[in-house]
Design a protein around this ligand. Structure first.
Ligand code: GCW
Length: 846
């Protein structure tokens, strides 16, 4: 009796530990946790005990090792390796060709390159679990697919079928610099480079390749598109070959971003003119040298004539001239050139009503259609500007019917909250991939164009800017890896739904518990619309600080500069007129049916209205509400919904591991606070520029707030904040030349429990400490060391500390005490005291 109770206790604690043991996110979706509910004895019995791999390649060897690893971890079974098909049940791995002889009765379905088939074959009473690849990569992808199914509790028989990737190019780009920094990377230093060269230890590079391969990615460009010519020095090529070695077992081919001026910068030539024979010869030799070190080298990515990078225009040459010169050097080795269409003039003339950055790619590349070599792919960002919260599909996709095309999507959340905000991007990407550009007046969704179907192109596909870093969990926010996973799933099959992606990822990354899966799925699916609402709705673009870190709110920064992310907001109206008749003519770059749709105010979707049209603030949308009131309301809605994400996450307490639960909770609470900063800044800015107040009188009339200017201060002095709208009355209160300063409020709240939030500014450098005192007794203390991207009080650095459930009585005295550190003067803005329970935030249904 006692023994049994002990045993069941033991079982319970094992189950509990298995469920909640410490997790650090390093394994991402390859955790290989025991499927829960636990696999039944039947599943255990069903798994063959032997594995036979008929393919001699390195990649298939990885597949075999991976299956053994996954089965051991998930099911506690150690598979026996055999070289011949045994007279018992067995897993068998091989290509279609390799399976023909041992299994003459098996007829493999027709597979595209890198595709796989899974099937159970029964002969002489023995079950063969066949993982059949069109080639070694297919075997690897089929193996990972099987393991993912087991992790989600599926049986092998239910996975039977065949699958092939939609397109041959399924790459990620990393924007890593040789010094180990990453441009627009938010998760620590480079996994490849450090201090001017390739890292000594490349364990993470190998682990990254394994993660990529597990979801079908077959190429990785390891350095910044703003490329350093030194990367092509002989010693660097030798060093980079070590990264290719780490990738190779996973079928991930390495590629490099190259600077088009390399022949001059490092090659000793006096020119980099693509029309010059010496230059072409230099590239040929360089490419030969690369292939000698990296025989499976994938090719080059090129950013030229863009944002200050040198380019062929220096010599009056076109992107096609430059691309074709590189392509000629790569062709004999089977390499390709991905030439980026992100070419534009960033010194546009704001005073010119016809000037429009959105036009640039089409204006430059469309006339070159048909001129690009067969191994050139034009790599086009999804939208015509730059990874904004919402843009239309780039019209260039329909404008290159005789050219290979790839879509470039951004996994790293440059304009999307930089992995401090939860934004699940597959939902956004689907709107692009599914958008029907109506080339030749027929159904031509973007996904069909990049898959090569529409224009019958042999090459094309998907490129995702990943920017993982050395952070243990790769992308910093525990939920951000859903974006890398989702990118890969869509690159493999763009018809996969966002919901399938979100559910699969949640199961693999967290748990099979339905409550966990449905909650995380719901949060993911609603997160992009929420972010859009509290940043830049109605096609305004993100409205972030575009001359700074692209993070916090700064609507004015869009305007009056050469960058061309203009929204042209003035006293009377807002939006870029991009019509043919009265505007920049951008809309005219689309096929005619899309031109009609965007041109008419009646048919232009509301969520792109201000991208396409300039309208008065009083213009009424289909909802009957004016533009200006819609802007205000959506910002309130978005901030409320961001608070709702916190509440949803809290329902998972104890259902997922402690570390990731807490890390995510902290980030979501930060996001909810920053959503309020966004809401207030954008609404204040529009209220001022339009002169039209909010119908509900909310802007800067917050009954729960006490601003620092209303408090009794000792030492705190005001400074102007730029942009003004990111703090109350355009001022922050700083503690300069003193060890400590205080701001005190005499409260007159009725007795009850309250949440007290302190809105302050946290610079990258310096770690000020703050104390909150109630009736002179400390009730909280924290340090401002969240490393926000800025060194001044503004929308990038404004953040809050919240203390929940503080009992207050009339006559209480509340004091903030700030202790500056380094160059950070313990800056504050206001306190907000909200009675508990806070009004429940509306739940949004995606
Ligand atoms: O989104 C912008 C970024 C730049 C980036 C550029 C590009 C690598 O702000 O940091 O440069 O796009 O895509 O080339």
């Amino acid at each position: 009796m006692r023994a049994r109770r002990f045993r069941s206790l033991l079982t319970l604690s094992i189950v509990f530990c298995a469920m909640l043991h410490a997790e650090d996110g390093s394994q991402a979706w390859l955790r290989y946790a025991q499927p829960s509910p636990n696999p039944t004895a039947a599943v255990h019995r069903e798994i063959p005990a032997v594995i036979v791999n008929l393919d001699p390649s390195l990649v298939a060897a990885s597949a075999e090792t991976e299956i053994r690893r996954g089965v051991r971890s998930m099911l506690g079974r150690t598979l026996r390796v055999e070289t011949k098909i045994p007279s018992e049940d067995a897993w068998v791995l091989g290509t279609t060709d390799e399976l023909r002889e041992p299994f003459p009765n098996y007829h493999a379905p027709s597979l595209g390159p890198e595709g796989f088939a899974l099937t159970v074959l029964t002969e002489h009473g023995h079950h063969r679990w066949l993982i059949v690849g069109a080639d070694p990569r297919g075997i690897l992808y089929g193996s990972f697919h099987t393991l993912s199914g087991i992790a989600r509790g599926e049986s092998f028989a239910s996975m039977a079928g065949a699958d092939s990737p939609a397109a041959p190019i399924r790459w990620v780009n990393q924007w890593d610099n040789l010094d180990g920094t990453i441009e627009r990377g938010y998760a620590g230093p480079s996994i490849f480079f450090d201090n001017g060269s390739v890292r000594t230890h490349l364990t993470r590079a190998g682990e990254f390749a394994r993660l990529l391969a597990s979801v079908g990615i077959n190429g990785c460009t390891i350095n910044n598109v703003n490329a350093d010519p030194h990367l092509l020095q002989p010693e660097m090529i030798r060093a980079v070959a070590r990264v290719a070695d780490a990738f190779r077992p996973w079928g991930v081919r390495l590629s490099l971003s190259v600077a088009i001026n390399s022949p001059q910068a490092i090659g000793g030539l006096d020119t980099f003119d693509p029309g010059d024979a010496k230059v072409a010869a230099w590239w040929r030799d360089k490419v030969d040298e690369i292939y000698a070190a990296i025989p499976d080298f994938a090719g080059f990515v090129v950013k030229a004539d863009s944002e200050g990078e040198p380019g062929p225009s220096r010599y009056g040459r076109t992107p096609a001239d430059a691309a074709n010169m590189l392509a000629a050097a790569l062709r004999p080795h089977g390499g390709v050139v991905l030439y980026r269409a992100f070419v534009y003039n960033h010194h546009l003339d704001w005073s010119d009503p016809k000037a429009d950055r959105a036009r640039a790619s089409y204006d430059i590349f469309h006339p070159l259609d048909g001129q690009f070599a067969g191994n050139v792919i034009v790599q086009i960002k999804n939208g015509p500007i730059d990874f904004q919260v919402r843009e239309p599909v780039s019209p260039l996709f329909a404008g290159l019917p005789k050219t290979n095309e790839a879509v470039e999507l951004q996994v790293t959340q440059e304009y999307m909250g930089q992995q401090r905000h939860l934004v699940f991007l597959p939902t956004q990407w689907k709107t692009y991939l599914d958008f029907d550009v109506r080339a030749d007046n027929r159904s031509t969704p973007l996904k069909d164009i990049v898959d090569g179907k529409t224009f019958h192109r042999p090459l094309g596909g998907y490129v995702g800017v990943a920017n993982v870093g050395l952070d243990t969990n790769w992308l910093a926010h525990p939920l951000a890896m859903a974006n890398l996973y989702g990118f890969a799933r869509l690159a493999w099959n763009p018809n996969t739904s966002s919901e399938t992606i979100a559910r699969d990822w949640s199961r693999l990354s967290f748990s099979n518990n339905e409550k966990v899966v449905s909650t995380i799925t719901h949060m993911l699916l609603s997160s992009w619309p929420i972010y859009e609402d509290y940043t830049g709705p109605l096609g305004l673009q993100t409205l972030t600080n575009i001359t700074g870190p692209h993070y916090g709110p700064a609507p004015q920064s869009q305007e009056n500069n050469g960058w061309g992310q203009w929204i042209r907001a003035d006293r009377n109206g807002v939006g870029m007129d991009r019509t043919v008749e009265t505007g920049t003519g951008f809309i005219g770059q689309y096929p005619s049916q899309v031109v009609q749709m965007f041109t008419s105010l009646k048919t232009c979707p509301d969520n792109l209205l201000l991208f396409m049209h300039h309208v008065p603030y009083t213009y009424r949308l289909r909802t009957g509400k004016t533009i200006i009131q819609t802007i205000y309301d959506l910002h309130y809605q978005g901030a409320d919904d961001a608070a709702g994400l916190v509440q949803q996450w809290q329902t998972l307490h104890r259902l997922i591991d402690y570390d990731r639960y807490n890390q995510t909770l902290t980030l979501l609470e930060y996001q909810a606070g920053h959503a309020i900063v966004w809401r207030d800044a954008v609404n204040r800015w529009f209220a001022k520029i339009s002169g039209i107040p909010d119908d509900n009188g909310r802007i800067d009339h917050d009954p729960n707030r006490i601003t620092a200017s209303q408090m009794q201060r000792d030492g705190y002095t005001p400074v102007d904040v730029t942009p003004w709208e990111s703090a109350t009355d355009g001022k922050a209160w700083v503690c300069k030349d003193r060890a400590a300063c205080t701001a005190t409020a005499h409260l007159d709240r009725s007795a009850g429990a309250y949440d007290i939030a302190v809105q302050y500014f946290d610079f990258r450098q310096g770690a000020s400490t703050f104390q909150l005192l109630l009736n002179h007794k400390q009730i909280a203390r924290w340090t401002a060391n969240n490393m926000l991207p800025g060194q001044a009080p503004n929308g990038d650095t404004s953040t809050r500390y919240t203390l929940h459930g503080v009992p207050l009585r009339p006559g209480d005295v509340l004091t903030i005490e700030g202790h500056p550190d380094d160059t950070e003067p313990a800056p504050i803005d206001y306190i907000e005291i909200v009675p508990q329970p806070a009004a429940p935030a509306t739940k949004r249904h995606p």
